[in-house]
Design a protein around this ligand. Structure first.
Ligand SMILES: NC(=O)c1ccc[n+]([C@@H]2O[C@H](COP(=O)([O-])OP(=O)(O)OC[C@H]3O[C@@H](n4cnc5c(N)ncnc54)[C@H](OP(=O)(O)O)[C@@H]3O)[C@@H](O)[C@H]2O)c1
Length: 334
C-alpha cells in the first residue's frame, strides 16, 4: 500500500507548546521533548513509531533525543528515525532539533564504548548514516569515562562541532567536578556546552542535590531532565500492579522490585494530590519539573500517542503552591 505523504498539522505551533531558551544560547527547545530510548526500535512496528513521531511533531514537539544504542536493538531507533526522515520529516529538517550520543556499549571490542576520540568520532559517523542526516543538532558525550583523559573526550566534541557534523556539544550524566572541568574546557575553545542532560524527577533529584544543575545554569548551559516519570512509575501505570506490556513487566531497565508496598502507598498518595490539582499523576510529575525555570526541557518517553497526549496536558498548569511543594517533598524525599 502506498502511504499518503505526511502533511504536518498547520497548527503545530499554536496548540500551547512552550519554547524555553537553552542557557545562554540562541536555541529554544520545547518544554516537552521526545526521547527514543525505548519503543522506537526494531521490536516496534514502523507504523507505531511513525504514529508517535507524527503525533509529537504535530503538537510542537520539535526536539527528538536519540543515542547510538537506543532501540532495542542497538542502532534501530536511529534506523527508524532515518526512515522517518526519508518518508516524512525531510522537508521539515530545519524545524527539527535532533540529538544523539555515544558513551555506552555499542559495538564489540575496545573501540565501541566509553569516551575515546576513536569511539566518539566513529559512532557519530554511524549515527548520521543510520539517521540519514548530514549533521545532528547536538552530539552528547553520553557519560563521563573515568579511564580516558577528559581532555580527549572533550576535544573530540570540540572537533566534531568544528567539523560541522554537530552544531552543538552536550554532556550527559557528568559528575559535578568532571562537569565543572568540561564546561570550562569547552567554553575556552568557544564550543560551549549547549545542553547538560541528567536524570531528574520527583523521586530522584540527584542533579539538584549534587549542585550540578546550578553549575550547568551558571556555566550558561541549558538543562534537560530525562526519565521525568521515573520510567513510568510516576504515572497511573502501576497504581494497580504491573500491567502486561509495561516497561516494568520486562524487568530490564525498570525493575519489578521497585514496586514495594511502601512505594505503592507513596504513588497512591501522589496520585491523590495530583487529583486535587485536577491533574493525573503523570501530568503533575512533569509540571513539577517544569515549574523550575532552570529546566529547559523535559525529555519524555512513551509507548503510545495517547501517553504523549496526556503528558502534553501537563503544560496547562505548571505552578505549585508552597503547601503543595511541601506535601510533595514529604511524600518523595527520604
Ligand atoms: N542521557 C542518558 O543517559 C539517558 C538515560 C535515560 C533516558 N534518556 C533520555 O530520556 C528519554 C526519556 O526517558 P524515559 O523513557 O525513562 O522517560 P519517562 O518519561 O520517565 O518514562 C517513559 C515511560 O513511562 C511510561 N509513560 C509515559 N507517559 C505515560 C503516561 N502518560 N501514562 C502512563 N505511562 C506513561 C511509558 O512506559 P510503558 O513503556 O510502560 O508504557 C514510557 O515508555 C529517553 O528516551 C532518552 O531520550 C537519557
Amino acid at each position: 500500500m502506498i502511504e499518503p505523504v505526511y502533511q504536518p498539522s498547520p497548527t503545530r505551533y499554536d496548540g500551547g507548546m512552550q519554547y524555553r531558551r537553552a542557557g545562554r544560547s540562541g536555541v529554544l527547545l520545547p518544554a516537552l521533548s521526545l526521547g527514543l530510548w525505548h519503543n522506537f526500535g526494531s521490536r516496534q512496528t514502523f507504523s507505531a513509531v511513525r504514529g508517535m513521531a507524527h503525533y509529537a511533531f504535530d503538537r510542537g514537539i520539535v526536539h527528538f533525543d536519540l543515542a547510538n544504542n537506543y532501540g532495542p536493538e542497538y542502532g534501530t531507533a536511529e534506523e527508524n528515525f532515518g526512515r522517518l526522515m526519508e518518508t516524512s520529516f525531510r522537508p521539515y529538517r530545519d524545524e527539527l532539533f535532533i540529538s544523539t550520543k555515544a558513551g555506552y556499549d555499542m559495538w564489540p571490542g575496545p573501540y565501541g564504548n566509553w569516551g575515546s576520540r576513536k569511539y566518539l568520532m566513529a559512532s557519530l559517523d554511524q549515527s548520521l548514516r543510520r539517521m540519514r542526516l548530514d549533521y545532528v543538532d547536538v552530539f552528547y558525550s553520553h557519560r563521563c569515562d573515568p579511564e580516558t583523559p577528559l581532555e580527549e573526550t572533550l576535544q573530540a566534541l570540540v572537533d566534531i562541532v568544528r567539523s560541522g557534523k554537530a552544531l552543538y556539544a552536550g554532556l550527559s550524566r557528568y559528575p559535578l567536578e568532571a562537569a565543572r572541568f568540561a564546561f570550562d574546557y569547552l567554553a575556552a575553545r568557544d564550543v560551549r556546552c549547549l545542553l547538560f542532560q541528567d536524570r531528574c524527577n520527583l523521586l530522584d533529584r540527584g542533579p539538584v542535590a549534587s549542585g550540578v544543575l546550578d553549575l550547568a545554569v551558571a556555566a550558561g548551559s541549558g538543562f534537560v531532565a530525562f526519565s521525568p516519570l521515573a520510567q513510568g512509575l510516576l504515572t497511573g501505570r502501576y497504581l494497580e500492579g504491573i500491567p502486561a506490556g509495561s516497561r516494568m513487566s520486562e524487568d530490564r531497565t525498570l525493575h519489578r522490585d521497585v514496586l514495594t508496598p511502601e512505594m505503592s502507598a507513596r504513588l497512591r498518595a501522589l496520585n491523590d494530590l495530583a487529583r486535587q490539582r485536577g491533574q493525573t499523576l503523570a501530568e503533575m510529575s512533569l509540571a513539577w519539573l517544569l515549574r523550575d525555570g532552570r529546566v529547559t526541557s523535559v525529555i519524555i518517553g512513551a509507548s503510545s500517542a495517547a501517553q504523549i497526549g496526556e503528558n502534553l496536558r501537563a503544560l496547562r498548569n505548571t505552578s505549585f503552591t508552597d503547601e503543595e511543594c511541601a506535601r510533595l517533598d514529604a511524600l518523595t524525599l527520604g
